[in-house]
Design a protein around this ligand. Structure first.
Ligand code: TLP
Length: 353
């Protein structure tokens, strides 16, 4: 059975154009810096983010990890949101591998961290305390609903950080979704930050890879960290070739995913016991909730949806994440909405509600 898979945009498979580019890619040994396709991808990425240089890494997780390790020494502190991917879903890599202390500040529902919280968290010069070295933000913010951080807010945070000699990093795994939603370039969103990572293997459909972008000096340090982590790859132009297709052809069409996500949310509106979160979807992710305390859980709904060929994310007992991407067409939107209504009606009847 071929599923309609809305668990994540990470499930996207490469397009035929990507597979063709991969088959034809010119390659070399990238640890020697001699893979022409990787070099081309890195130049393109740096240019699109308005940074001096870029480095290809196998995943978004390694992109954030290597960036934070290159910015911080052991015992330094990085400020992250308490709903940040780096904090929740990266297996504690920065502490386990880098001895880096994290300070988690509350993410507001709009994905920001309040400036007054940042202000209160900056460490004084005191040998008892880990020095605040870095502030990391996320755009779009996944766990906060795929919401978009504005360039104005990001500039405020980066000015605040710069005045205090603190560096800034952006987890821009889905920076192009944010840019398309705002109708501005990714460069404008990357501009406030010392470093940015973004992913090729989410909504852009490439099979593997992320780029870290920043100053030439920073990228040289990151290259060394990538080697330490075992992420130095050899004839990796076969993967970079798909990344080039992603950057050249897959960005503008993200608007279609956002429009389909809106349409699907509208169709789900009013389904028994289901509430679409306010403001959702901001980009390609719909977040929806069942009444808390209800015996109908997301797990039960997901199991029943699966039998109808639809997969969605049960990210909490009563909270769904439904992610629209390239492989979700209009027919898939219809089928998903219909399956949701049927399953929720049936479960409601079964539970005598
Ligand atoms: N996120 C995945 C899961 O890990 C939750 C998903 O399905 O959304 N930053 C952000 C904001 C992300 O959402 C992700 C992946 C990453 C980094 C890590 O990327 P990968 O999976 O390439 O290591």
């Amino acid at each position: 059975m071929k599923f309609i898979d809305l668990r994540s945009d990470t499930v996207t498979e490469p397009t035929p154009a990507m597979r063709e580019a991969m088959a034809k890619a010119e390659v070399g040994d990238d640890v020697y810096g001699e893979d022409p396709t990787v070099n081309r991808l890195q130049e393109l990425a740096a240019e699109m983010m308005g940074k001096e240089a870029a480095l290809f890494v196998p995943s978004g997780t390694m992109g954030n990890l290597a960036s934070i390790l290159a910015h911080c020494q052991r015992g330094d502190e990085v400020i992250v949101g308490d709903k940040a991917h780096t904090f929740l879903y990266e297996a504690g890599g920065i502490s386990a591998l880098g001895g880096i202390h994290s300070c988690q500040l509350p993410n507001q529902p709009d994905g920001t961290i309040a400036l007054e919280h940042l202000q209160a968290a900056i460490r004084p010069k005191d040998i008892h305390q880990p020095p605040t070295r870095l502030i990391a933000l996320e755009n779009t913010h996944n766990r906060c609903g795929g919401v978009v951080l504005s360039p104005a807010y990001c500039h405020k945070v980066s000015e605040f950080a710069r005045e205090r000699g603190i560096l800034t990093h952006l987890d821009g795994a889905r920076i192009f979704n944010a840019a398309i939603a705002l109708g501005i370039s990714a460069k404008e969103l990357a501009d406030p930050f010392d470093s940015v990572t973004f992913c090729l293997s989410k909504a852009l459909c490439a099979p593997v890879g992320s780029l870290i972008c920043g100053s030439r000096d920073f990228i040289e340090r990151v290259r060394r960290v990538r080697k330490q982590l075992g992420g130095g790859m050899r004839q990796v132009g076969v993967l970079a070739a798909a990344g080039i297709v992603a950057l050249e052809t897959m960005i503008d069409r993200l608007a279609e995913d956002h429009a389909r996500a809106k349409r699907l949310a509208q169709k789900l509106e009013g389904a028994p016991g289901l509430k679409i979160e306010s403001g959702s979807p901001a980009t390609n992710m719909i977040f929806a909730q069942l009444e808390s305390g209800s015996p109908i859980t997301t797990k039960k709904v997901c199991d029943a949806l699966k039998e109808r060929g639809v997969l969605v994310g049960a990210i909490e007992p009563h909270r769904f994440r439904i992610v629209v991407h390239y492989w979700i067409d209009d027919a898939a939107v219809e089928i998903t909405a219909q399956a949701f209504w049927e399953v929720l009606k049936t479960l409601k009847t079964d539970h005598g509600a």
